[in-house]
Write a protein that binds this ligand. Structure first.
Ligand code: MG
Length: 378
């Protein structure tokens, strides 16, 4: 039943029937494909629900309309599925990878990740991408027979976007491609670029909404300028807020269309027959050279003007301090941790503290920091 559902896919797509399988053997699902099962397990996980209260750029309490990691992940999944359907590859797998790709993020976005990495330098470091894999492989506690979600190899491979050679050796099969310099499945490649399309565009929207950047400033970016000029030509009296939305949706459409066309060209040229040909070929999912350069321009604009905006830096500096102080307090006195986590520190050392801190939502981290450091609080 499940193989029928994947019968129309391209020969080089990932398929349940040819999956490299799960770490713990399980009966195949009766009504779903293997990758639908993975997606469902991810949606039911605790880490997935926490994404609602974790941020990308703005801290969770700064406004109700900004993206959170949850809405970001949904946008990534939606873009990735559109691309996958056009390229006739496995939509269920791209959806699973997209929904899981940020599960290992710390509170407070990149500021939190950098702070936790600093804290963990002497103990192997901290990397959110590796942590996403750790969440689905070991940290989720939902099944009687195993730790983690026991996802398929292809889903795990897609979650692990990058990896150092040392970690790759330690991770076994899922790390092999980094040593062999092979690609991941086409579905993983799609999820990766859908992530970039999603965040570049929603950060324009959130950046303007927050007042930290202005539409006029963005006109220095050719990709934005071209589409906003077109919007004004077509709708001269459009209100400013709507013009931003009209521009952003056109940019998303341009990036997605280019990605589908360029990937189609590359697939036709490489003519992969099976998923192993995809792994051995150069990257098959890509933007054209011109759109790649334009997307890079947009990313540098956002880095310079939004991610390093003084107001964002004030918040991220505070956020980094919260993470560092929480980690230091737990390391000095593991009995401050909930019992179960304290016990894990005895066996696993500082990694268990990193897992605990990384799992916190923005607001939980702020409250916990207040409880630990405010005199007169318990
Ligand atoms: Mg992301």
């Amino acid at each position: 039943m499940t193989s029928d559902r994947e019968a129309d896919l391209a020969s080089f797509a990932a398929r349940s029937a040819s999956s490299r399988g799960r770490q713990h053997s399980e009966d195949p699902p009766r009504t779903r494909t293997q990758f639908q099962r993975d997606r469902d397990r991810i949606v039911h996980s605790t880490a997935f629900r926490r994404l609602e209260y974790k941020t990308q750029v703005f801290v969770n309490h700064e406004g109700d309309l900004f993206r959170t990691r949850l809405t970001h992940s949904l946008e990534v999944a939606q873009i990735a599925r559109s691309v996958a359907r056009c390229l006739r590859v496995n939509e269920d797998l791209v959806e699973a990878i997209s929904l899981a790709h940020d599960l290992g993020h710390t509170p407070f976005g990149h500021a939190g990740q950098e702070a936790l990495n600093d804290c963990m330098l002497a103990y192997g470091g901290f990397e959110h991408n590796l942590q996403s894999l750790r969440v689905v492989d070991t940290l989720e506690e939902r099944y009687g027979a195993f730790d983690g979600l026991n996802l398929c190899f292809e889903t795990r491979e897609g979650i692990l976007k990058h990896c150092s050679p040392d970690n790759a050796r330690r991770l076994g099969a899922v790390g092999e491609r980094f040593l062999l310099r092979h690609q991941a499945s086409i579905e993983a490649q799609i999820a990766n670029l859908a992530d970039e399309i999603a965040y570049c565009n929603h950060d324009i929207d959130d950046g303007i909404r927050s007042g930290l950047i202005e539409s006029a400033q963005l006109e220095a970016v050719p990709l934005y300028e071209r589409h906003t000029r077109r919007v004004r030509e077509l709708m001269p009296s459009i209100a400013a807020r709507r013009a931003v939305h009209e521009t952003v949706r056109r940019i998303i459409d341009a990036l997605v269309s280019d990605l589908i066309e360029e990937s189609g060209r590359r697939i036709a040229a490489a003519a992969p027959v099976g998923i192993d040909d995809v792994r051995k070929a150069p990257a098959l999912v890509a933007f054209s050279a011109s759109i790649r350069a334009q997307a890079d321009d947009l990313k540098s604009f956002l880095h310079k003007n939004l991610y390093r905006h003084p107001q964002v830096v004030r918040m991220t500096t505070k956020a980094g301090r919260i993470v560092r102080e929480l980690f230091a307090a737990f390391l000095a006195e593991p009995r401050l941790l909930p019992l179960e986590h304290g016990a894990r520190v005895e066996h696993e050392g500082p990694r268990a503290i990193a897992d605990y801190v990384a799992g916190m939502t923005d607001r939980f981290a702020i409250r916990e920091h207040h409880r630990l450091f405010a005199v007169g609080e318990l």
